[in-house]
Ligand binder design. Structure first.
Ligand SMILES: Cc1cc2nc3c(=O)[nH]c(=O)nc-3n(C[C@H](O)[C@H](O)[C@H](O)COP(=O)(O)OP(=O)(O)OC[C@H]3O[C@@H](n4cnc5c(N)ncnc54)[C@H](O)[C@@H]3O)c2cc1C
Length: 469
């Protein structure tokens, strides 16, 4: 089954979801599970074309989220649902834990307050540690560590397989996924008529999950947007897999008002990330990297974890957070217009997406009113890309290896090209298989990938400059 459908114009959906970032993918799954007829509409050539293609991949506990906030509730609900479903979907959970590290006496004074906030937020597995105790958790930390707070339940996941799993489950339940389909206008007269570059779409409800364009889409739908997106860039360096021997835990700074700060963080794929920065910009699409900033990140990584010095950089990238003029999520329910906006999902959307999806379904209320009849949950089993678990190349008879840096087999690439939602572009192929994501960044395998994927990608070989992690 292939999810990309031609629009007939006459089809009527229960809910049209605008934007296939992590949030839109989770919302599509949740409504499809409830039995709704779903259209997921994405203007990019693949899902995860916006903020969701580049993040730190931490599944947050919410220990540092504002007490009593919607964000806290949704991060915790989303995290719990991920924990409940990840094994069934074969999605990884790397139980790294995190250390909030105080490098000065002043920072050390703040740790008790952070721990108290965590406890108030219902996060119990927290331990205040001396520097010696912290070094038993993470021996690689620099000598000048003063104290640390150990947050045992912060984990790392695969940020691309998870949303793909959500959307695959929605597709198995009959959802329509339209890519390269931009919503340009919408009108409501008891039902929605959306205008797109592929024609009209009719639906009873709309969910705006347009991330970095959430305010624009609200305006397109005829609303006065209640928020303005102010993109906040985060640059990262990705260190070679040799770095993973130096660090097993997420190293967090003592946060400030603006940002959670730069983290040094293992990835599910065996690398170490250093980033992100927090830089305001106007551009909502381009996230450039700057040499001096990257140098500073490399230096910071080896200052905090000296064993990281001299480990080569495998890749660099930057992502854009859909921040707004306020810190909180901008969830707007316009019941009289059958519309929900999930806006300003700034820096915790990977963790909260499944919670946001439950919240959107509750706001909609259709499941409670018995408008839909839910179907059996279809099994979705993702191919494993995480380093800690068995990969395809380790299986017998794995056949050709196409990408030797990331050990990606030809049959993995062929399987993804014939999957229910095959990649729409080269970035999508990389995110689904890891081909071209290793230390040569595709230098040796791009030609082979182009040959294997010939005729399969809507945007052939548009090499994604920002997606390499
Ligand atoms: C640097 C960085 C680090 C982060 N680290 C973490 C982390 O460790 N843990 C965590 O939980 N979260 C993290 N996040 C946050 C997380 O990545 C975001 O909250 C999340 O990606 C937001 O997803 P979204 O679906 O709301 O938006 P997006 O991913 O931007 O999705 C919106 C989609 O809508 C599409 N679209 C826009 N306009 C239209 C239109 N008119 N028609 C059709 N489609 C449209 C876009 O193309 C896009 O694909 C981080 C973010 C950044 C940038």
């Amino acid at each position: 089954m292939n999810a990309q459908s031609q629009l007939s114009g006459s089809e009527f959906f229960d809910v049209a979801i605008i934007g296939a970032g992590i949030v839109g993918c989770a919302v599509a799954r949740r409504f499809a599970l409830a039995g709704a007829k779903v259209a997921l509409i994405e203007k990019g050539s693949d899902i995860l074309s916006g903020a969701s293609k580049a993040n730190s991949a931490i599944l947050h506990t919410g220990f540092d989220a504002p007490n009593g906030s919607l964000e806290l509730a949704l991060v915790q609900a989303g995290r719990q649902e991920y924990l409940d479903i990840h094994q069934d979907m074969n999605l990884p959970l790397v139980e790294t834990s995190a250390l909030v590290c105080a490098w000065t006496a002043d920072e050390a004074l703040k740790l008790e307050g952070i721990a108290e906030q965590g406890r108030q937020n219902g996060v119990d597995r927290l331990r205040l540690l001396t520097s010696a105790e912290a070094r038993t958790v993470e021996p690689g930390l620099a000598d000048n560590l003063v104290a640390a707070l150990h947050v045992l339940d912060e984990h790392v996941i695969d940020p691309w397989s998870a949303p793909l799993a959500y959307v695959n489950q929605a597709i198995a339940l009959g959802a329509t996924v339209l890519r390269q389909c931009e919503v340009r206008a919408g009108a409501f007269d008891g039902e929605w008529r959306l205008e797109t570059n592929q024609g009209g779409i009719r639906s009873k409800w709309v969910v705006n999950a347009a991330g970095l364009f959430g305010d624009h889409v609200d305006t397109c739908l005829g609303f006065q947007s209640e928020f303005q997106i102010k993109p906040r860039k985060g640059q990262f360096v990705v260190l070679d897999k040799a770095a993973s021997r130096q660090l097993k835990t997420i190293i967090l700074p003592v946060p400030n008002e603006i940002t959670k700060g730069v983290v040094v963080c293992p990835t599910a794929f065996g690398n170490i990330l250093v980033g992100p920065t927090a830089e305001e910009q106007d551009d909502r699409i381009r996230a450039t990297v700057e040499h001096d900033t990257l140098e500073a990140l490399v230096a910071l990584g080896s200052k905090l974890v000296p064993g990281l010095a001299h480990i080569p950089v495998t890749a660099v990238y930057a992502g854009l957070r859909p921040a707004t003029e306020k810190k909180e999520y901008r969830v707007i329910h316009r019941a009289e217009h059958n519309a929900i906006t999930l806006g300003g999902i700034r820096s915790t959307g990977l963790s909260s997406a499944l919670g946001l999806a439950q919240h959107a379904l509750n706001l909609h209320g259709g499941a409670d009113r018995g408008e839909f009849s839910s179907k059996a949950t279809p099994k979705v089993c993702m191919p494993n890309l995480a380093e800690s678990r068995s990969r395809d190349w380790q299986a017998e008879n794995h056949g050709d290896i196409v990408c030797h840096c990331e050990m990606v087999t030809r049959r993995e690439i062929e399987a993804t090209l014939s999957s229910p939602l095959p990649p729409g572009d080269f970035g999508g192929l990389r995110r689904r298989t890891r081909a071209g994501m290793g230390c040569c960044q595709g230098f040796y395998c791009n030609a082979k990938l182009a040959e294997i994927s010939k005729g399969c990608l809507a945007t052939p070989l548009a090499v994604d400059q920002e997606g390499g992690k």
